[in-house]
Design a protein around this ligand. Structure first.
Ligand SMILES: Cc1cc2nc3c(=O)[nH]c(=O)nc-3n(C[C@H](O)[C@H](O)[C@H](O)COP(=O)(O)OP(=O)(O)OC[C@H]3O[C@@H](n4cnc5c(N)ncnc54)[C@H](O)[C@@H]3O)c2cc1C
Ligand code: SF4
Length: 506
């Protein structure tokens, strides 16, 4: 890769490019590749470091410290507080995610276009499908092979089958996966087609320049036009990168609105309408060892409940993260550690109706930190209860001796399906009874035709500032109910096309 490492950069740097892309995750990488392929000069500026597979830490806590934002401990403010997790590394979330690939569902797109028909014209569905095709080919998306699935994935298949739920091996962009179970720490052997190894590498072969460990502080606006960005490198250098044609924001649904706020570009509902997929999880103890840290990290899913707003997946963590939840000290703790291999966790992501708001944190100084306020709707808690029920029942049907539903104020452990089913009726409706985490984030710079209710136009152009585009899931009018990377890349691919069509050279 053509890397300028901000960890080594001091002094000042002034450069000019056709396009400056902020953020190197799936959105930024897709835009950068398309622009560089078309012959434009492109700079990608990324706050996180560049890592090779060999540098990916083995244990989960080190990975969170080195590859995640806020040590993987970002929290929404609300009822309940929800952990939201993001990558902060060259390649963004793709380096540390489960490699699950889902197309943007046609029904979700239908909701968007029904609410704003201008989207249907600006984003023709066949063009989105063509992007999906290209992404799946480029990243070699294939269903998880049984040889690398491991027990945690095959048990879900058995449990779902017993309950008559539609399920399947997860399609992932990890065709060479060896089942090492380390996707969330970064694949140590490079078997995952993350952006650093694919689209960014290709963008660099076409001349793109990546500035890593370099944080963009502001978009510079000159007479109503985005003229470039101001950034600070980790070693202290200040950078001014001019953009002859456009600045493209792809810093994620949390960081993009923060950057707009800090740049005093506040037209429209910047940072409003934040949505996510809060997830609940259930742990089960099996008589035979499952070793949830081995096998394809996330290799099996239940898809039959998507219309109910539930998407169920196997989870795979490093054993340090599993052990972190153990209770007690001394002998109790020792027994817990001895049993670790017998436990397994599955999760349900909720297509929540709740919305929130992202703003720069008052504690953030120039650090770009965000304050995310978010509230669940009552119907989301009802969905969470249903998710817990299905997860627990599936585990028991798959042979778990007991399950821990993780619902405060309800049974701590359950051994039979009838009791487990009861959570859907008598589980608490207080949202704080559920521990939740979210990794799919949307909606904070909505696209739309009305500048009062959206931040960018249906062609990704900012409503007020010329030469400014947003390419990440901030522009999604809603959450989508499935794992979003492929949808984000498809939309970013369309954004790149519009950029090439619309932004005049020079
Ligand atoms: C643990 C985990 C597992 C997941 N599993 C899956 C999965 O299996 N399948 C799936 O589809 N999705 C998954 N996701 C979600 C998916 O990874 C994200 O939706 C996707 O990465 C978002 O892409 P993005 O380009 O919009 O943002 P990101 O991937 O977040 O990339 C944005 C980049 O911008 C950088 N940045 C932010 N602010 C600045 C700034 N001011 N200056 C410079 N750089 C900046 C960030 O450091 C980051 O690297 C997972 C996410 C996580 C965290
Ligand atoms: S499961 Fe392991 S081998 Fe497979 S892609 Fe993830 S880290 Fe790599």
């Amino acid at each position: 890769m053509n890397l300028v490492d901000g960890a080594q950069l001091t002094g000042t740097e002034h450069q000019r490019y056709d396009f400056v892309v902020v953020g190197s995750g799936p959105a930024g990488a897709t835009v950068a590749r398309a622009l560089a392929r078309a012959g434009a000069s492109v700079a990608v500026v990324e706050e996180g470091p560049a890592v090779t597979p060999e540098q990916c830490p083995e244990d989960g806590f080190s990975a969170m410290a080195e590859l995640y934002r806020d040590l993987g401990a970002s929290l929404t403010i609300g009822h309940p507080p929800i952990a939201y997790v993001q990558g902060r590394v060259v390649g963004g979330g793709s380096v540390i995610n489960g490699a699950i690939s889902w197309r943007l569902p046609r029904d979700v797109f239908g909701e968007w276009t029904a609410a704003d028909p201008a989207l249907a014209e600006a984003l023709p569905w066949p063009e989105i499908e063509a992007q999906h095709d290209e992404i799946e080919t480029d990243l070699d998306v294939v269903p998880t092979h049984p040889a690398v699935a491991g027990a945690k994935n095959s048990l879900m298949a058995a449990g779902a089958e017993a309950l008559g739920l539609e399920h399947r091996p997860i399609a992932r962009y990890a065709s060479a996966c060896r089942g090492l179970g380390r996707c969330l720490q970064g694949c140590p052997e490079g078997h995952k087609a993350s952006m650093d190894r694919t689209y960014l590498a290709e963008a660099c072969r076409h001349g793109a320049q990546i500035y890593c460990s370099t944080r963009v502080e502001a978009v510079n606006v000159d007479r109503g036009r985005a003229a470039g960005i101001a950034a600070v490198a980790e070693a202290g250098a200040t950078l001014q990168l001019g953009a002859r044609r456009a600045v493209v924001l792809a810093a994620s649904a949390v960081q993009t609105p923060v950057l707009l706020w800090r740049s005093r570009i506040r037209q429209g509902p910047v940072g409003d309408f934040f949505q996510c997929h809060p997830g609940v999880s259930v742990a089960g103890r099996f008589a035979e060892p499952v070793r949830m840290w081995t096998g394809a990290t996330q290799g099996h899913e239940v898809i039959g409940l998507r219309s109910e707003g539930l998407k169920i997946e196997v989870l795979g963590y490093d054993r340090a993260l599993v052990a972190f939840r153990l209770k007690g000290v001394g002998r109790t703790l020792r027994r817990g550690v001895g049993e670790l291999a017998h436990w397994c966790q599955w999760g349900a992501a909720i297509r929540a109706r709740g919305t929130g708001r992202v703003r720069p944190s008052v504690w953030g100084g120039s650090g770009g930190r965000a304050s995310v306020r978010y509230w669940l709707a009552r119907e989301d808690v009802v969905r969470a209860r249903r998710g817990v029920r299905v997860l627990g029942e599936m585990m028991l049907a798959a042979g778990a001796e007991r399950v821990c539903p993780g619902v405060h104020g309800w049974h701590a452990e359950v051994c039979d399906r009838a009791t487990m089913a009861g959570v859907e009726q008598d589980g608490p409706l207080d949202p704080t009874a559920y521990s939740m985490a979210a990794t799919h984030l949307f909606g904070t710079c909505r696209m739309g035709s009305d500048p009062r209710t959206s931040v960018v136009r249906p062609d990704f152009r900012h409503h007020a500032v010329r030469g400014l585009y947003v390419a990440d899931s901030s522009v999604f009018p809603s959450n989508i109910g499935v794992n979003p990377q492929t949808s984000i890349m498809a939309m970013a691919g369309l954004c790149a096309r519009r950029l090439l069509d619309e932004s005049p050279p020079g």
